[in-house]
Design a protein around this ligand. Structure first.
Ligand code: UN1
Length: 500
């Protein structure tokens, strides 16, 4: 299928994809595929007012009824999986299987949210006063801004939106400027679900705004938006976090990762090699969970690096639409340049670089294709402590597990981490309080490809937010503590006496 056919199959019309001010290119070949209209900053007050109005109606519907809309969204996503997956491939450059996998992630979170819509439970708490009961109830919070990145152009929206909707919150979505078409295609799917849902859904329940920093700024500073969920770089989070906090809004930040794997002497190396290659090279190293640092026991370092070099040599790099390709393009030429710079710095620090060169043969012209790099580092230097959104795997050695853990933790980011070991003591130590300081800590699997059932997010410069499964829904609601007195007395807590 050519690019235009993909847009058409996703239901995007000629009028929607031409004549706008935002040029959209495909990383596959750098070709311009569309020009879409941008939301103007002057439109934002109306968008926000519409979301507030929608909130008033939506928050009054029973949560299981709200869940019905999400159930229909899941159904529509199932039937649009191929078309939406192809859009992810076209606009983000993911290989077919990963494009489809991302849509599956949307379906999964819909299923999760539907079940959740019949829960949203609070606790009952023992009261110290006779004839009293304490409990907590959870209420919808209000319009929720969802700011997403190019690398997961649909899944991250769905994590936030499926949960926000069952929690009773309307959504205003600002996708990455690099992937507005995928967002538009997603809205088509959502609109089909809305139509089937019927008149209970208010106008403006989910709104899409397309544009740059000014649009983001309008969302971040709006007092009418109590929650901003933002996924992207730490640089972006440093701007968004304080601005939302300044107006006492709530933010869920999911920022950079610098994810490590510790490989211990007892590790099953066959499994480790597969896990390393998928997590370091998959999505061309552009997941926030991508494996970037390998911390290997000195006794197996040479063998493991040798096996990895061999695996890297035969990686099929090229057109992500082609069957068998494992490494598609980087998002753009800027990303390739940043990869080149990082490798130059690593070399200057004494790193031995294998691979990492631009690839122009056997790949579509105009795309930013690269050979994934393995870099043997003498130590964890500054460039290793930074997140470069590219397939660079830095390798460092260790002798004692505590040193490996210290190295894993000695970066500003705290998203994902893992250990390969068959030694129970090592595994338990790594996931204990003395172990990894990340939000995701795995044993004998790689750091990427998390399931939606767990809470997703990380510590330190990763921003501290949690999205997706477990009790992350609580971030989208407000908690009320209720004390109910069913006695005929009015005792005061803490034994205070105040007799009148
Ligand atoms: C991201 O890169 O922003 O765990 C999200 C994973 C995916 C989500 C990544 N399920 O790799």
């Amino acid at each position: 299928m050519n690019h235009a056919d993909v847009l058409q199959a996703a239901g995007l019309s000629e009028a929607e994809t031409t004549g706008g001010t935002l040029a959209v290119t495909s990383p596959i070949d750098g070709a311009e595929v569309a020009r879409v209209a941008e939301t103007q900053p002057g439109d934002m007050p109306e968008v926000i007012a519409r979301a507030q109005e929608a909130f008033r109606a939506w928050c009054m519907l029973p949560a299981p009824r709200r869940g019905e809309l999400v159930r229909l969204l899941g159904e529509e996503l199932r039937s649009a999986k191929a078309q939406l997956g192809a859009m992810v491939t076209l606009e983000a450059g993911k290989i077919v299987s990963e494009g489809l996998g991302e849509v599956q992630e949307m379906i999964d979170i819909c299923d999760f949210a539907v079940g959740l819509s019949r829960q949203l439970y609070g606790l009952t708490i023992a009261s110290e006063r006779p004839g009293h009961r304490m409990m907590e109830t959870w209420h919808p919070l209000g319009p929720t801004a969802v700011i997403t990145a190019f690398n997961f152009p649909v899944a991250v929206w769905s994590w936030n939106t499926a949960i926000a909707l069952v929690c009773g919150n309307p959504v205003i979505w600002k996708p990455s400027e690099k992937t507005p078409l995928t967002a538009m295609a997603c809205m088509k799917v959502f609109e089909r679900a809305l139509k089937r849902f019927g008149a209970d859904a208010p106008e403006g329940l989910v709104q899409l705004v397309i544009g740059g920093a000014q649009i983001g700024e309008a969302l971040v500073t709006a007092r009418e938006i109590p929650l901003v969920s933002a996924t992207g770089s730490t640089r972006m989070g440093r701007i968004v976090g304080p601005k939302v906090a300044e107006r006492f809004g709530r933010s869920i930040l999911e920022l950079g990762g610098n994810n490590a794997m510790v490989v211990a002497p007892s590790a099953d190396l066959d499994m480790a090699v597969r896990a390393i290659v998928f997590s370091a090279v998959g999505t061309a190293g552009q997941r926030c969970t991508s494996l970037r640092r390998l911390i290997v026991h000195e006794s197996i370092r040479e063998e493991l690096v040798g096996r990895l070099k061999k695996a890297y040599e035969s990686l099929p790099i090229g057109d992500p639409r082609r069957e068998g390709t494992l490494v598609g393009p980087l998002i753009d030429m800027g990303a390739r340049e940043r990869m080149r710079e990082a490798l130059a710095r690593a070399r200057a620090d004494g790193g031995r670089v294998h691979g990492g060169q631009p690839v122009s043969e056997g790949v579509p012209a105009g795309g930013a294709y690269v050979a994934p790099a393995i870099v043997e580092m003498p130590e964890q230097t500054e460039v290793v402590r930074e997140e470069t959104f590219a397939p660079i795997l830095y390798v460092m050695g260790y002798d004692r597990l505590e040193d490996a853990i210290a190295m894993q933790n000695a970066v500003p980011q705290g998203l994902s981490s893992c250990i390969f070991t068959l030694d129970l003591r090592e595994a338990e130590t790594f996931i204990s309080a003395a172990g990894s300081d990340c939000g995701i800590v795995n044993v004998n699997i790689g750091p990427s490809g998390a399931e939606i059932g767990g809470a997703f997010g990380g510590e330190k410069e990763t921003g501290g937010g949690r999205e997706s499964g477990s009790d992350a829904w609580k971030g989208y609601m407000r908690r009320a503590t209720n004390t109910i007195n069913y006695s005929d007395r009015l005792p005061l807590a803490q034994g205070v006496r105040f007799d009148i």
